[in-house]
Write a protein that binds this ligand. Sequence first.
Ligand code: ADP
Ligand code: MG
Length: 709
Amino acid sequence: MCGDKNKTNKEIPALRDVYGECVFNDMVMRERLPKNVYKALRRTIDEGQELDPGLADVIANAMKDWAIENGATHFCHWFQPMTGFTAEKHDAFISPTGDGRTIMEFGGKELSQGEPDASSFPSGGLRATFEARGYTAWDCTSPVFLKSDGSNISLFIPSAFCSYTGEALDKKTPLLRSMGALDREAMRVLRALGDATSSRVAATLGGEQEYFLIDQRFFEERLDLMLAGRTLFGATPPKGQEKHDHYFGSLHERVGSFMNDLNTELWKLGISAKTQHNEVAPAQYELAPLFGTVNVGVDHNQITMEMLQKVARRHGFVCLLHEKPFAGVNGSGKHNNWSMVTDDGINLLNPGSTPHENMQFLVFLFAIIRAVDQYSDLLRASVASPGNDHRLGANEAPPAIVSIFLGEQLTDIYEQIEAGGAKSSKQGGKLQLGVSTLPRLPKDCTDRNRTSPFAFTGNKFEFRMPGSSFSLAGPNFVLNTIVAEALSEVADVLEKARDVNKSAQSLLQKYAKEHKHIIFNGDNYSAEWVAEAARRGLPNVANTVDSLQTITSPKNVKVMKKHNVLSPVELHARQEILIENYSATINIEALTTSQIGRRQILPVAVLFSGQVADAVRALEDTGASAGAQRRLLKDVCDQTDRLSACLDTLDKAVASATAVADATKRAMVFRDAVVPSMNAVRTAADSLEGMVDAELWPLPSYAEMLFIR
Ligand code: ADP
Ligand code: MG
């Protein structure tokens, strides 16, 4: 069952039968747990009440039986260290009986707590290598599941990960803490506004995932893709994405089969993969799931990234999740669709048909606008990475300037509020296409804007800056926390107000005035916007190193501490990890560039120039003129010279960066000296690619990678 990849289409059972079959979901829990245990666990999951440790044994036993019946031999705490990847350490259920046999055991303690060695995970100085102990703790709000790797099937227990001294060493812990903060502050606001029925508020997440698929054989011939995840060399092919012919194009058969296989795997794990299509760049695709609560959404996205890579291999593809695998065509991002929902099902960002009268919606909307404006630096930092530096501001993704798109209807209401009070909401009307057989289409009251980094899209915000390889935990714990902070300010005012409506009105007016500069509905990719944003005083932090500096500014330390999301120590540790990661990534890219340059490209250039020189000599020996050959020889020799010199400069730059002791200064040298030297090597090598015999060129070309399926 779970993970059987050898089924033909005819044998694939109906979707309703596969969906969730590898998840210890509500239905399985209800079936397998005694009623009182089931109810207690639900209270923990739904209402956040602490679970009686006595019940953990019963739950563990039921999980074990279910897992073993489904072929599992092991269990593992599955957690999300600061690497951005997931981690797992498998233990077999076996427990020797003393008479030479074994029984299968799994107790409440093993379910609730794990104790992996924490010393080899990034801790940002929180743990010295010799202080090894770390703990994982079962996060029961994200369901346990079975995952198969080859023929191994293990029970996966989503977990938080902390150090011996209790500091968070992972991405899940601050996310869970931020959800608590958002719940608390949003409920205060709802109560102040007169809501008496809701009792909890949760953030929701739908993460759209972009990725590339290339043939596995090309991947294996490219050290840069294998080690750095992106091409460090490659001349621009004659055709890229300029004809807009890939986006939403018909699916290639091999890609369609891959997607079918992928969907089945995801559905088995209860991940509602829903939308799939060709993306803008050749060989680029997108997958979007149905949204869910943010914690589960983040876990599901992590599993999705893993499955994309696994299933791709089964089809002879490699899935590239890097933000910019290929220069010259679009890179990949991950749209973070985010909203808030109450336990009685109210989407707090649903404007209704007359949003100007919907005070609850407006209060939440304005709190988000205030949060994003006041903490735009934190949001920007939550998407900072060397990979994403290639996207943000590079005319394909939103710029590094955080701004908010509200659209026509809400901007109109915003302006009315600023001027003293909103009296009307613009309506959409109907579209008549001029063909009687075509239906009349109801028109949305607002157009879309694809260029905004933070866009209101009907009943949610879409944060478009995260990169394709990111864990969505970071952007979401920041979003939850800063919105919680803005809501807490609102609640402070409304809880004391004599006339709540009046005081909400004047608060909205104040916010409308203060935050007007962050609202922008135009083209965020244009040069005019960059100039306009500078006039408005909006920060434009163009690279990771600068952005990471802002994480620990006093106001950011304060907000993370106030809502118990990250202590100052934890926040500083994260900053250090991220800055180290920047240097480590650029270092790998630089060493790979040097190695490919010296061991693959230079030798081919030397070989080819020798062949051309032979041809020149042979021709001239016969008395024929060798004009073209001589010109080619000169060009190849010039570029080879340049390549060789650039490689020397690069190696020196790497050595000087590595020698810098201070982490931030080191990252700056990587950014300012190593990155430009790497680019120079590439320019020389790419121009050689345009001259050297294609048969000799050691790397698969862009055209092959992007167009051969
Ligand atoms: P797009 O217009 O960007 O193609 P869709 O409307 O199809 O987007 O939705 C994109 C993503 O947003 C999907 O993953 C969807 O499930 C998610 N989404 C929809 N509503 C919400 C919500 N209330 N909260 C969070 N995500 C949502
Ligand atoms: Mg989108």
